[in-house]
Design a protein around this ligand. Sequence first.
Ligand SMILES: Cc1cc2nc3c(=O)[nH]c(=O)nc-3n(C[C@H](O)[C@H](O)[C@H](O)COP(=O)(O)O)c2cc1C
Length: 444
Amino acid sequence: MLSLITGLHPVGNHPAGWRHPKAWTDTVMNLEQMIDIAKTAERGLFDMLFISDGNGVAGLEWPELFEANALTFKPAVFEPVTVLSAIAMHTQRIGLLATATTTYEEPYTLARKFASLDHISKGRACWNVVTSSNAVDSLNFGKEEHLARYDRYERAAEFVQVCKGLWDSWADDAFVQDKVSGKYFDLNRVHVLDHQGKHLKVKGPLNAARPPQGYPVLFSAGQSEQGRELAAATSDCVFAATPTQRQAIDFYNDMKGRLARHGRQPQDLRIMPGCVVYVGRTEAEAQEDFEEQQALIDPAVGLRHLSHYCDMDLTGHALDAPFPELTADGVGGSSRRYAIAGLARAEGLTLRQTYERMLPSFGHVVLKGSGAQVADVIEDWYRSGACDGFNVHVGYQPAGLRNFVDFVIPELQRRGIFRTAYPGSTLRDVIGLSRPANPFFASA
Ligand SMILES: Cc1cc2nc3c(=O)[nH]c(=O)nc-3n(C[C@H](O)[C@H](O)[C@H](O)COP(=O)(O)O)c2cc1C
């Protein structure tokens, strides 16, 4: 079955969508709106609700973009595990996917938080394991520099193993609570981890009972070689940043091909690219709604945005002039600026047309049209081996997700690629993963 995830992000994902007359206002740290999104997603039988996260405020160096929320910066957001614990009390079946970094967290406290979320939600916790994409976060943790990528991923791999060891601290039957004998715990059913590794030293045991799912479902997001290896070795699901079907198929084959080396089967890792969906009752309605959002992009912000992506100052150029020659690469010269310039040149786009093309997708495939048209593309990607599911972004809320649930979900169900009811009771049941056995204890 296809998997679907969506973000708990009341401000939406189109850079100017929040300015739409029908978009929610007052979206900063608004728990009620998040509950509304969660209930809509659960009505649509989504697998999970996702919260991306960092540990700092990024983007202050681009004040015009920051002020316009143009890069969907998140200067004031809830801590993910905390807010998902609240969401758990307003939902019954949908998975709760919280991002947490292995670079700046400690495994003992993090394993405890996810064990708590899994107990609170009765087995719906999922952890998006990241090593932190914002280098400036290091300054909030007493470090002058972000840990180098190799070290970040080495620590991440050890960190995940330590968390698993901590979640295995107690056998499921350790808490006998026998009123007759007076025995509350069985001390033969606890395991002290005593981990001493290169990056971490953790005694254990964890002061939390084994999570209902054994371990929360493990997601990851890294796309580099080390990121892919971490996913192949330990993740149940991985995000993909693949805007074309060809790129998605290549990433899918690459990731599935790595699993055997880690003693795993292709179905053990689910691969989920992002998509941005602009859907309406009809194609014309979707197009009209999309154009309303596009018209709200301030051209000055659009040009700044493009300057940021292309690593060159485009703000002095006429909006309706052709895309200019790229300046020489800066220190961080990236493939993205060549991809954008190449697209603009191949299609003869002006600067305005270029930012209008880039901004509503933010690096993902754009699916626009009626429910059937959007479902056509989803089905094609799914059946062609480009993905196991999608992380669905929408322009603005609450209409974006409601339209997806009302117009796209029935189409996917009709085609037999999406569920019509939640199976089982835990997130592992929903995505078809078994509960890992506790290696330290025979099952009770
Ligand atoms: C869909 C998606 C979601 C991501 N979410 C986060 C996040 O919430 N926090 C974060 O620090 N990084 C996040 N990342 C970034 C990755 O963790 C990673 O830093 C990035 O993909 C670059 O890969 P690398 O670190 O392997 O070089 C996300 C990436 C993708 C593709």
